[in-house]
Design a protein around this ligand. Structure first.
Ligand SMILES: Nc1nc2c(ncn2[C@@H]2O[C@H](COP(=O)(O)OP(=O)(O)OP(=O)(O)O)[C@@H](O)[C@H]2O)c(=O)[nH]1
Ligand SMILES: [Mg+2]
Length: 402
């Protein structure tokens, strides 16, 4: 993620509004809309590379980012979605679409990250293209049970679509159906990449194929690009083009140009939407929200009090019923952590001590959310230790405050 906040006043306004409304259950639609726009402005537009299995998605992404982390194969990939973002060094992490806080754990390879069954694996790389867009390499969509789920997942998290279709069976009924379920906005920013056009059987009749595809689909896609992965990969080793002619003939240059055009459009649209929302909905409420926040800052002593009474509640629940199930116990712990986390997120609470405490609580909430506690007998024990530790931290926080 590249930080744009220094030269984008809209980001500062959105960020303030988000923290002022973080606890407001009723803010619903507007808070979510502001969050979507904030993410849209704060990070690179996301390009989802989708299509049926073995249509050449990973080959395409690999050559764009200049690595072969994902093995390409004629067998359907068992890896989850891979999200590539810009970073100064290569790192492999895991992520869940619903999590706003990033998981910082690093993995040595994709397989060990996949063992955690994340929604996606996040890879950061110092690749030039990632300064412009993030790339999402999706697993094939043929599995009808998972297709819809992934389609929606991707639709919520992407701005630009590269749909890979294998020239040998271009634009099959099944892919047409999956594609048609995507939201209109994503489809409008779509590029159809027709892969495998280097195969001799295709080459002979490529003109005819392209004419048929253009007649049928040019109104549905921003561009239709015949693509030869093997040739493009040779012409652009490690992310830099070494043979310009071959790169152009393979479809690489045309592909990059179209991605750049769409990325610029997405950025412009995000900025325009953010400005409109700020002017119409956010600015008129900001003053009142600020005043409200200033009047309702919770005191450290109150937070500690809240924590103690919740934990006391859990203790009496356990003492009253020794047969309480692990799941119930863990969900009580989770609720206690979330409760106090919400109080700590109050925008009127500032300073390094609060920040450290918030991080502790977020980390704990994360453990509970993703059930990352040990299976079996150690789970409750681990949970109790986490509660103890949090109570201790809260106690010293309240003590510092006097
Ligand atoms: N000849 C030729 N082979 C290609 C092309 N694109 C991909 N391939 C080959 O097709 C096979 C599948 O490619 P992948 O890139 O793994 O396809 P994928 O869409 O990521 O597959 P899944 O993730 O399993 O759905 C691999 O053996 C690639 O080498 C192409 O343009 N031309
Ligand atoms: Mg793949």
């Amino acid at each position: 993620m590249t930080d744009n906040s220094s030269h984008m006043p809209e980001l500062a306004v959105l960020s303030e509004f988000l923290s002022l409304t973080a606890q407001e259950e009723s803010s619903g639609g507007l808070h979510d809309e502001a969050h979507r726009l904030y993410v849209g402005l704060h990070s690179q537009p996301r390009v989802a590379v989708a299509g049926e299995f073995s249509s050449g998605k990973s080959s395409l992404v690999n050559l764009l980012v200049g690595t072969d982390l994902v093995q390409t194969s004629v067998l359907a990939s068992r890896l989850p979605t891979i999200l590539y973002e810009y970073g100064t060094e290569q790192k492999i992490m895991v992520g869940w679409w619903s999590d706003t806080a990033e998981d910082k754990r690093e993995f040595a390879d994709l397989d060990s990250a996949a063992e955690l069954k994340p929604d996606f694996i996040r890879v950061t790389l110092p690749a030039d293209i990632l300064r412009m867009v993030s790339l999402i390499d999706l697993p094939g969509t043929n599995d009808p049970l998972r297709a819809k789920e992934r389609t929606l997942e991707m639709a919520d998290n992407a701005h630009i679509l590269l749909w890979c279709t294998n020239a040998v069976q271009a634009w099959r009924e099944t892919e047409r159906r999956t594609w048609s379920q995507l939201p209109g906005q994503l489809k409008e920013n779509g590029i159809l990449v027709i892969t495998h056009v280097d195969l001799p059987s295709i080459r002979k009749s490529l003109d005819r194929l392209m004419k048929r595809m253009t007649d049928e689909l040019s109104s549905h896609f921003h561009a239709l690009i015949p693509f030869q992965s093997p040739k493009a990969a040779k012409a652009r080793k490690d992310g830099t083009v070494s043979n310009k002619t071959a790169w152009e003939e393979a479809g690489g240059a045309q592909l990059l140009e179209n991605i750049a055009t769409l990325a610029a459009t997405v950025r412009k649209e995000s900025l325009a939407s953010a400005r409109a929302l700020i002017e119409k909905e956010i600015n008129p409420r900001l003053e009142a929200l600020r005043a409200e926040a200033a009047a309702s800052v919770p005191k450290p002593g109150e937070i500690l009090e809240e924590w103690r009474s919740t934990v006391d509640g859990i203790v009496s629940r356990v003492e009253g019923d020794k047969s309480i199930g692990t799941d119930e116990f863990l969900s009580l712990c989770r609720a206690a952590v979330q409760d106090v986390s919400r109080m700590l997120e109050h925008p009127g609470l500032e300073g390094p001590a609060v920040a450290a405490l918030k991080a502790e609580f977020r980390g704990a909430a994360h453990m509970f959310d993703q059930s990352r506690l040990a299976d079996g007998d150690e789970g409750p024990e681990e949970a109790a230790l986490i509660l103890l530790q949090l109570g201790y931290e809260l106690g010293s926080f309240a003590a510092q405050d006097g």
